[in-house]
Design a protein around this ligand. Structure first.
Ligand code: SF4
Length: 379
């Protein structure tokens, strides 16, 4: 399966916890960026066989104005041609949605929206530096529903400084009342150089302790699985399908977790094609200059040695609750799982972090929360 990712690096304002390649930019630069994306995309498509999934992420794609969004959807249409992907997602920030943008998204062929809610607590939204209020997130959700979107993801963050288990429980209840098809619930990581990390360092905020975050993780697990969602990846829950409908998993991310190929367009975007990984320059100005002067914007490229590909295949697959079967690992990498990682697997089995049953390796429930400790050993 091949996926297409398009990066929009613009945000209305930087959130206090964010270290992504994103931020506020002048409107004129946004115009030039969309033009540059169009030019970069001319080289990309149409691709034989087409893309099975398309994902427009950021940043905040919906920070673009209506005209820019329309151009963006047209450029994706030019790349995918008549092969409509199985899934076509856009990320949206509730503070930047409008009925007109939602209408354009629908007309542009988008069939899945990932709404960055993060929290329904006003205190939490303020602390995280989000541009929207709780009510706007709810209104954004209903705006999407009214426009006919039947595949919506809500992004949540838990474990922010000062958040109580009760507050997290209220967020979960709210999400369940709304009933999205998919939920991503991430434990806050305090990244160096962000305003939140400075506040924790100087004692203005007290970081959440790991025990509490673990309880929050377990609460999310119990709430979502109890309400008909399938916990299919460490932080992701999909509404279970019925006889005629599939589980509402995110196909685009599953391709990443399967270590599948993808093409990335835009500033800082990564691509992974035929075992070669490359990425574009991270600076918006430089990206625009390179592309508009007819050059490629690639600034980094590597061909992954087979051992490293095998390690990445394992680490990505372990993120999924289904893990990976020994036979599948061998088919995809050419290596024997136990020959490469036998002692480490054994160690984590003894610690109760990994299980190997019926030839299938996966993280245990305890291992899911401590996944990073396991992954580090394999890479
Ligand atoms: S909206 Fe998303 S990408 Fe933009 S600053 Fe906030 S967290 Fe970062």
């Amino acid at each position: 399966m091949t996926s297409l990712y398009v990066h929009i690096p613009f945000c209305v304002r930087k959130c206090h916890y964010c270290d992504f390649n994103s931020g506020p930019h002048p409107r004129a630069l946004m115009d030039r960026y969309v033009q540059a994306l169009c030019k970069e995309s001319e080289r990309a498509g149409p691709i034989t066989g087409g893309f099975q999934t398309v994902y427009i992420g950021g940043g905040t794609p919906t920070a673009l104005n209506e005209g820019q969004l329309e151009r963006l959807f047209n450029l994706v249409r030019d790349i995918i041609g008549s092969n409509h992907p199985k899934e076509y997602t856009i990320e949206a920030n509730p503070g930047t949605l409008s009925p007109e943008k939602v209408r354009l998204m629908k007309a542009g062929g988008i069939d899945r929206v990932s709404l960055g809610v993060q929290s329904f607590s006003e205190r939490g939204l303020e602390l995280l530096g989000r541009i929207h209020r709780s009510l706007e997130a709810e209104e954004g959700f209903y705006m999407l529903r009214e426009a006919g979107f039947s595949n919506i993801n809500l992004d949540l963050i838990f474990g922010w400084p000062g958040q109580t288990l009760e507050e997290w429980g209220q967020d979960l209840q709210k999400v369940l009342r709304l009933g999205p098809e998919h939920v991503s619930a991430y434990c806050l990581t305090i990244e160096k150089g962000t305003p939140i990390s400075k506040d924790v360092r100087t004692g203005r905020l007290t970081g959440s302790d790991e025990d509490l975050q673990h309880k929050m993780f377990k609460k999310a697990l119990a709430s979502f699985t109890g309400a008909g969602y399938k916990h299919y990846e460490i932080s992701n829950f999909a509404l279970k399908g019925g006889r005629a409908t599939p589980d509402r998993v995110c196909l685009h991310n599953i391709n990443y977790w399967n270590n599948g190929p993808y093409l990335g367009l835009g500033v800082g975007a990564f691509s992974y094609v035929n075992g070669r990984r490359y990425s574009n320059v991270k600076d918006v100005q430089k990206y625009i200059e390179k592309i508009t002067s007819g050059k490629r914007a690639v600034s980094f490229t590597e061909t992954l040695p087979s051992r490293r590909r095998a390690a990445e295949t394992l680490v990505m697959a372990l993120r999924m609750r289904s893990g990976i079967a020994e036979g599948e690992f061998h088919r995809r990498t050419g290596y024997s799982l136990m020959e490469l990682y036998g002692p480490s697997i054994e160690k984590f089995r003894r610690l109760g972090l990994l299980s190997l049953t019926g030839g299938r390796l996966r993280l245990t429930q305890k291992g899911l929360f401590l996944a990073n400790q396991v992954m580090v050993e394999f890479v």
